[in-house]
Ligand binder design. Sequence first.
Ligand SMILES: [Zn+2]
Length: 375
Amino acid sequence: MDAVALTRTLLQFDTINPPGRERDCAHHAGAMLQEWGYKVEYHEYADRRTSVIARAGGGDAGNSDKKPLCLTGHLDVVALGTRKWSHDPFSGETAGDRLYGRGSSDMKAGVAAILIAARSMAKKLSGTPGVVIVLTAAEEGGCIGSKKLAETELLGKAGAIIVGEPTSNYPFVGHKGSLKFNASFRGVSAHGSMPHLGENAVYKAARAVGKLEAFDFKAKKHPIMGEPTINVGTFEGGSGVNLVPDLAKIGVDIRTVPGVDHKKLLQRIKQLLGKAEMEVFSDLPPVWTAPDDDWMQRVFEICQPVLGRKPKARTATYMTDAANLLKVYAGAPTVVLGPGEPQMAHQTDEYCSMERIGEAVALYEALIDDWCRRV
Ligand SMILES: [Zn+2]
């Protein structure tokens, strides 16, 4: 089986999140890895929400304490959306170089390329630092699977990370962090004709929104990622026009750059919002590896012939599981590199290029080989 055929097989598992149900897909991948000689472990943080961790080499490397190389991807995909698809989202229809399906680009093609590279390198890993393959559940909508995984001992060690998210095989040196929270403002209800008897929660929330719009991060501009951003995405409040509202709620999405300390930032926001009740539901730091890092330079060199030009330092627009994996693999240089088309992620009629899947397999093999031989 080649990586295109395997992508098609993976597309046939319905791992739409929510609800997720990654278990069957995870066990399919895990069984293959086991057959190829990998030591496979599973982690379920909830029923059928299954992640896979597979290792080869590593522990048996007698002559070096170099850590393994991690290759990671997520098994879940986003919903189909409301628009009608002109290609079946699960059967892997093709037209020209395009392979259609939900998750083709984001990112079952990436997972398939990781798996096929893992197969072809399996016999060459003994006595080397080796690899650890991490296939996660529940990446979409908050990187929950990797968050739960990072709370266990299962990840072990890794010295560098390749995230197979869609980049058209262009190596991205990181991505912004994310801090998302809801804030609730309480008031006192009264009749709309007698507002002086109440306390208007919508006014409180509105004043807070004004402050957030004018918020100064006081952060240094990052040379590649630029400035942090803030967006108030939701605003709810009040239950009737003739009532003084006693509750209003806002949802806020902050994207951070390296150098912004999330804890300190949250303290500043808390002060700004006064008595509001804050509920932080996503807190993921930025991911960044200096482009002149030794390994990143090797990645650039290995990608150059495929791209036809020397890569420049660029970062992805989306979040990845690396933000959680780095809690365990602290300090590991991290590249986001995968065969999917970034602009196809989450689209109707999502597709990926079959040529790029093959290229990604070759890139991953070369990167594993380079990592394991340069001890
Ligand atoms: Zn993705």
